[in-house]
Design a protein around this ligand. Structure first.
Ligand code: RIB
Ligand code: CA
Length: 307
């Protein structure tokens, strides 16, 4: 029986948890990764682009990679290499990437793909939303070619970059505001949920021992500061991929979501109006919980399908 594959574009800032999400997506039978677009985030855009090329090469795929925004819409770029290491994927010596990047800027590459695609495409941002905001602002004709946006970012309760703001949204709050207010079908897989989605030490050993991909990821995990090998490694970005193919793992609620862009202490915070206090029409499907054990089993199984 042929499986109907979901066409997706992954917009990413690899990033060790991005690498896991990309690895699973590139091997999942229900997904067709049409393009990987990169953005400045965990590390600068040259590094995130180089990392994406290295991952595609490692997995023996031919997925195009397009280089995107080098800074947020309204502020200067701030490095975040403390979480993922200087290169953004410290811990494993990938061979130099041989493939050339897409000749177009990521925003133009996404537009070209959307306008030439016979079917609508799902956007899966797992880094700051700069490229997506630029696409929606420069090319409104793309709206009708986008199936939905399933993003890792924001939080219904507590932040990681500040007390209240999650990194991907904090990195470019103005971009995030454009995405959440776009009127498109947006799903937010937020930090309060993704922080529960950890790989246990036993999961990590099982992944390490299954194949070359597992060995590579185990090496990266030694340098990943999203949780720890002892307490569990937070698979933030993998949750966005999980939502696409196993939405039943998640508890969700349609809510009005907006982004604070001005607060001295709260800039980058996602306001998730679960009680409809602002009397605004809901604009986002917000993930509020996850079946952690089922997620772990799914993640280990998916990574077994890689090389
Ligand atoms: O807050 C978690 C997010 O920030 C993840 O996408 C991680 O890769 C970092 O970019
Ligand atoms: Ca990321």
């Amino acid at each position: 029986m042929t499986v109907q594959r979901i066409p997706i574009i992954i917009d990413t800032d690899p990033g060790i948890d991005d690498a896991v999400a990309i690895g699973v997506a590139l091997h999942h039978e229900e997904l067709e990764v049409k393009l990987i677009s990169t953005v400045a985030g965990n590390v600068d855009v040259d590094k995130t682009t180089n990392n994406a090329l290295k991952l595609v090469q490692f997995f023996d795929k031919f997925t195009p990679v397009a280089r995107g925004a080098s800074k947020p819409l309204c502020t200067e770029y701030e490095d975040s290499s403390r979480i993922h290491g200087e290169s953004g994927m410290d811990g494993y010596e990938f061979p130099e990437a041989k493939a050339a990047i897409h000749q177009e800027h990521a925003v133009n590459a996404i537009r070209q793909l959307l306008m030439n695609s016979e079917e609508k495409v799902t956007l899966v941002p797992i880094g700051p939303l700069t490229n997506i905001a630029l696409l929606l602002s420069l090319y409104p004709e793309c709206y009708f070619r986008i199936e939905r946006i399933v993003l890792m970012g924001g939080s219904a309760n507590g932040g990681n970059h500040t007390q209240t703001a999650e990194y991907n949204i904090f990195a470019d709050p103005e971009a995030a505001k454009i995405v959440f207010s776009s009127g498109l079908d947006v799903t937010m897989v937020g930090l309060d949920v993704t922080s529960k989605a950890t790989l246990t030490p036993d999961n990590v050993i099982a992944i390490r021992d299954q194949n070359e991909t597992g060995k590579m990821m185990y090496s990266l995990f030694q340098h990943y500061r999203g949780g720890s090998l002892k307490t569990g490694l937070k698979m933030h970005d993998l949750c966005a991929i999980a939502y696409l193919v196993k939405p039943e793992l998640f508890t969700t609620k349609k809510c009005f979501v907006d982004v604070e862009t001005a607060g001295a202490y709260t800039r980058g915070t996602t306001i998730v109006d679960q009680k409809n206090r602002y009397q605004q029409p809901p604009n986002t499907t917000v993930c509020l919980d996850i079946d952690v054990e089922a997620f772990r089993m799914w993640a280990v199984k998916c990574l077994a399908a890689a090389r």
